[in-house]
Write a protein that binds this ligand. Structure first.
Ligand SMILES: Cc1ncc(C[n+]2csc(CCOP(=O)(O)OP(=O)(O)O)c2C)c(N)n1
Ligand SMILES: [Mg+2]
Length: 739
């Protein structure tokens, strides 16, 4: 049923003019006075089914039901239909029991009607009665009348739905809620803080979501971001898509207009679920306080199960505030006059009481079981047989292998026990220590072509593996992935799996290592790969030692950083060429100490990732490797780092350019349009926001190490630091992907 609230937007309203009635003052929860003061009459039923007996009445007395201005909201449309059905049903009953003398509805005397016809009419009447009763029951259920018979709302309770949200989060081990304030979500933030959950407010909603993403990836617990209705929610879209592509489980809580006021011009009211339907594993809008706990528990379990990903839970403002506030704001005028006024009043009161019916009944808030798809023993055995026959095996470990429940250390031990050379991608970087003889970073293309068996442990044949075109003719490929589409990405076009296993990659590798107890990888294969690796490293060192025409050599800068990194360090990658170069030079020291955007390649993750990382690992030295272009997206978050005492170090490769794009645009299309930037004083901005800033260029190359150490010192003393490193151009990244 369309709620009987005011609103000019519903142009198809019935003709009778609503009587003006004094309404409460406007507020966050209510539409402006002008619309509230003129409550729109209840939606009228649809015209009864066409027929001569109905025609005159339908034309004169039964206006059309108001046209739904938001056809996407199927729920509301359904309600209107039900309402219409109830009345249409009642109308048809009226016709059959009180026939009019005109038209075919008129009944003749029983004596003149055959008994069979009478029986038929009786049956029809009974069916109609039953249908009407059923429709009434459904309507009563939809209006919460049945539930309310057993569960009363407690109008005097000071409790509010935000508290339930906080309780669920607490029970799921959530330590941080990342947010940007808004009245729609205030109750969640206040209640979370009261329960000891740290509310970390950022300067952009995307940052809040990126931070939650980092927490999910690093802690194995669900990361949570809460953003306000409308623009708060839309600002989160890119970060949510990034999390989906990175298969990162996170919970986005979105504020929303009161359900009753949706589509009626409420502040910041848009159809939010439609925005996230293709981006999230689950999208729900919670309509009553009693539904908060089950909705959140289910959403979190969904996010973490199977192939993880983000979920969106919309919590309209009226399920979050206490009864007395909601009643005042949406409960309607106390002294309604006239039949229609009283009906509106009843409807609103019923709406509010239904919102709170059974709200504070104790409910289980603990986590639901998370379902992880596992490989069968048979699949592991088949892979073991293939590996044991291989002479040139290779493992490619992708981000997915770092997902819970297998601890990263267990996976590392399994890889070491297997002794097969490994390439680590995305979140898997750092899984093997830098000095591990199994760890390869260079010449992957050549190694893949030569290998006779490749195990894709969560690695995907997308653009990162040239869509699967890199394998040699003789290469047998075993692919393991939780997600079927990723598992078989481009299979049978450019490659064909010998064995495709839909399941968790880490536990598969652990199981494989157990099976292959006495296995040892042929030494000459590993030896050959290592030699090629060292040759490439040597060539890179030589490039690093060659001065660039201007400014600092970025390779040299990154080698110096690598030499200074403590074991407890974590690297965040946010940029183009500078960061792409770093991926080959800087070596993350331990598992889960490298964060990059993932397959979506989103610039701007830096501030949020660093924030989430530092909060999860306060003891770690967190470095954000930024391009100067990328830095612009989250430079303002230096304010957040300062306010929340999360000292991190930003190292900006400042080449006054969006180089990764410029590099190919100029070469292929002959113009640098839209790619040029200036050598700006980003360090001064960091200082202005309360951090510490350093700038280094060619004249400082002698004291480069000293500057990096000074940055580390300042960070240890609790300051967020920005090192603005002016860098020159090299050909290191020539030929690498930018589209
Ligand atoms: C949100 C977003 N916008 C645009 C791009 C396209 N893009 C990819 S790399 C890049 C250049 C990055 O420049 P910078 O951060 O300065 O790093 P550099 O390549 O100069 O080292 C751009 C614009 C993107 N990936 N994401
Ligand atoms: Mg740049």
């Amino acid at each position: 049923m369309t709620p009987p609230m005011g609103g000019d937007s519903l142009g198809a309203a019935p003709t009778p003019k609503p009587r003006p009635s004094p309404g409460p003052a406007p507020s966050r929860l209510t539409p402006p006075l002008s619309s509230r003061a003129r409550p729109r009459p209840l939606p009228q039923p649809r015209p009864a089914p066409p027929g001569p007996a109905h025609a005159p009445r339908a034309a004169n007395q039964q206006p059309q039901a108001p046209r739904d201005p938001h056809p996407g909201r199927s729920r509301r449309r359904r309600k209107v239909t039900w309402c219409g059905r109830i009345r249409a049903g009642a109308a048809s009953q009226g016709l059959s029991s009180s026939p009019t003398p005109q038209g075919p509805g008129h009944l003749r005397s029983p004596s003149s009607v055959p008994m069979a016809l009478l029986a038929l009419l009786g049956c029809v009447g009974a069916v109609l009665l039953a249908a009407a009763a059923a429709a009434l029951l459904v309507a009563a259920y939809r209006l919460g009348l049945l539930y309310r018979l057993l569960h009363k709302a407690d109008p005097r309770s000071p409790r509010y739905g935000g508290e339930l949200v906080a309780e669920v989060l607490k029970a799921h081990g959530v330590r941080f809620v990342f947010a940007l304030a808004g009245g729609h979500i205030s109750p969640i933030l206040v209640a979370s803080e009261k329960l000891g959950i740290r509310v970390v407010d950022t300067r952009h909603e995307a940052t809040a979501v990126f931070a939650a993403d980092a927490v999910s990836r690093l802690s194995g617990r669900i990361g949570v971001a809460a953003v306000t209705a409308g623009p708060g929610v839309t600002n989160a879209v890119t970060a949510i898509k990034n999390a989906q592509m990175a298969e990162s489980p996170l919970l986005l809580i979105g504020g929303a207009a009161a359900s009753l006021q949706k589509g009626r011009g409420a502040l910041q009211d848009i159809d939010q679920l439609s925005l996230f339907r293709t981006l999230c594993k689950a999208c729900v809008s919670v309509r009553t306080v009693r539904a908060i706990v089950p909705a959140l528990r289910q959403a979190i379990a969904t996010a973490q199960s199977g192939t993880p990903g983000p979920v969106f839970v919309e919590l309209p403002i009226d399920v979050l505030y206490p009864f007395h506030v909601v009643e005042k704001e949406v409960g309607g005028a106390k002294s309604a006059r006239g039949f229609r006024g009283k009906l509106v009043q009843w409807y609103l009161q019923n709406y509010v009481h239904n919102l709170f019916a059974g709200a504070w009944v104790p409910r289980d808030v603990t986590p639901l079981p998370v379902k992880v798809p596992l490989a069968t023993e048979d699949e592991i055995q088949r892979c073991a047989e293939l590996v044991s026959r291989a002479t040139k095996p290779l493992v490619l470990v992708g981000s997915q292998a770092l997902l819970p429940p297998t601890p990263a250390e267990e996976l590392r031990e399994a890889l070491e026990a297997l002794g097969i050379p490994c390439y680590l991608g995305g979140a898997a970087r750092g899984l093997l220590p830098p000095e591990s003889p199994l760890l390869l970073r260079q010449n992957r293309r050549d190694a893949l072509r030569e290998a006779d068996l490749v195990l894709l442990a969560g690695a995907v044949c997308d653009f990162r593996l040239s869509y699967g075109r890199l394998f040699g003719r003789q290469t047998l490929v075993v692919a393991v992935n939780r997600d079927r589409a990723q598992l078989l990405r481009n299979a049978d076009v450019f490659w064909r799996p010998r064995l495709a296993v839909q399941g968790d990659a880490a536990s598969f590798v652990v199981g494989l290592a157990r099976r292959l107890g006495g296995y040892s990888c042929p030494r000459d294969w590993l030896g050959g790969l290592r030699e090629a690796e060292q040759r490439k490293e040597k060539a890179n060192r030589e490039k690093a030692a060659t001065p660039t025409p201007q400014h600092l050599n970025p390779l040299d800068l990154l080698y110096r950083l690598d030499a200074l990194l403590p074991p407890e360090s974590l690297l965040v990658a946010d940029g183009g060429d500078f960061v792409g170069t770093a991926a080959y030079i800087v070596r993350p020291r331990r598992p889960l100490s490298w964060l990059d955007p993932g397959a979506f390649g989103t610039l701007g993750v830096g501030g949020g990732f660093a924030l989430g990382a530092k909060l999860c690992r306060p003891e770690a030295e967190v470095w954000v490797l930024y391009g100067d272009g990328s830095l612009g997206y989250s430079l303002i978050e230096f304010d957040t780092f300062v306010r929340h005492k999360t000292p991190i170090i930003a190292l900006v490769g400042n080449d006054a350019c969006w180089s990764q794009i410029s590099r190919e645009q100029v070469a292929m299309l002959g113009s640098n349009v839209a790619c040029g930037l200036e050598y700006l004083d980003y360090h001064a901005v960091a200082e202005a926001l309360g951090g510490k800033g350093f700038v280094v260029g060619r004249p400082d190359s002698e004291r480069l190490d000293a500057v990096l150490r000074a940055a580390q010192d300042a960070c240890r003393r609790g300051h967020p630091v920005l090192v603005n490193a002016l860098i020159g151009k090299t050909d290191f990244r020539e030929g690498s992907i930018s589209v």
